[in-house]
Design a protein around this ligand. Structure first.
Ligand code: ADP
Ligand code: MG
Ligand code: MG
Length: 246
């Protein structure tokens, strides 16, 4: 069944149109990869999908589970089950990682979650990500290394189990071991057949161990190619050159 339909979407940032009539269709349980050179508009698409008010939709529609969410607020979209992992996660002093996730989970489900059960689930997810349990009691992202911030994002993914997760360069700036750990976390999320992924990346290391259903290439704010997972290998070999020359 169709989960996300992006139809003819144009997005303006600070008076400049960045995305031009973008289309993308993604079904439940699928993993799609969005690639493209720097400045192509990949993050812009992520923010527009999440409803960031700085990214103004000037044309087109976004449908999620058949519902037009083009005008919905970020909070409503999060409630619908859309999750965006940030390229540069922000530090939030005064809220621990554990409490942040528990509150988000309670908001999402609308019911209270027993601390003991929560801690048990959290520990399981942290083990997969090879995160020390004490990180749950540290302020969200404060003093976390780049790799730890990315792991904290994947931890949210595993705990919140959104129906669509958009991962924006979750692999950038990570060493080989951290990429492998993050990739293992994403693989764990893929096991949940109700979830779907849109992985934004311009490297391909994170994809090596993951099943990919479709690949899309964005260049200059336009969708210029779509294909299966073999498109990832093609980009790996030849780069984006042929897609940026007009
Ligand atoms: P990508 O993620 O593919 O590297 P971005 O979506 O970050 O590309 O950026 C696409 C274009 O939009 C760039 O030219 C960038 O400068 C511009 N842009 C993105 N966000 C903003 C913003 N908040 N303010 C001004 N320009 C922006
Ligand atoms: Mg149009
Ligand atoms: Mg980006």
């Amino acid at each position: 069944a169709q989960l996300l339909q992006i139809k003819d979407l144009s997005v303006k940032v600070e008076d400049k149109e960045i995305l031009h009539n973008v289309d993308l269709n993604l079904n439940k349980g699928e993993t799609h990869v969005l690639m493209g050179p720097n400045g192509a508009g990949k993050s812009t698409l992520g923010y527009a999908l999440m409803g960031n008010p700085r990214y103004e939709i000037t044309d087109g529609h976004i449908f999620f589970n058949g519902k037009d969410i083009t005008e919905e607020s970020p909070a409503e979209r999060a409630g619908d089950g859309i999750f965006l992992s940030f390229q540069n996660p922000i530090e939030v002093p005064g809220i621990t990682l554990g409490n942040f996730i528990r509150t988000a989970l309670e908001q999402r489900t609308g019911s209270r979650i027993r601390l003991w059960n929560f801690r048990k689930e959290l520990k399981k997810a942290m083990d997969i990500l090879q995160m020390d349990e004490e990180y749950a009691d540290r302020d969200l992202n404060v003093g976390f290394s780049g790799g730890e911030k990315k792991k904290a994002e994947i931890l949210q993914l595993l705990m919140l189990k959104p129906s669509l997760a958009i991962l924006d360069e979750t692999d950038s700036g990570l060493d080989v071991d951290a990429v492998r750990t993050v990739s293992r976390g994403v693989e764990e999320y893929q096991k949940n057949k109700n979830g779907a992924l849109l992985i934004i990346t311009h490297s391909t290391r994170i994809l090596e161990a993951l099943h990919v259903d479709a690949t899309h290439i964005l260049a200059d704010g336009k969708m210029v190619a779509s294909g299966d997972s073999s498109l990832v290998d093609e980009i790996n070999t030849n780069g984006f050159e042929k897609y940026i020359q007009q």
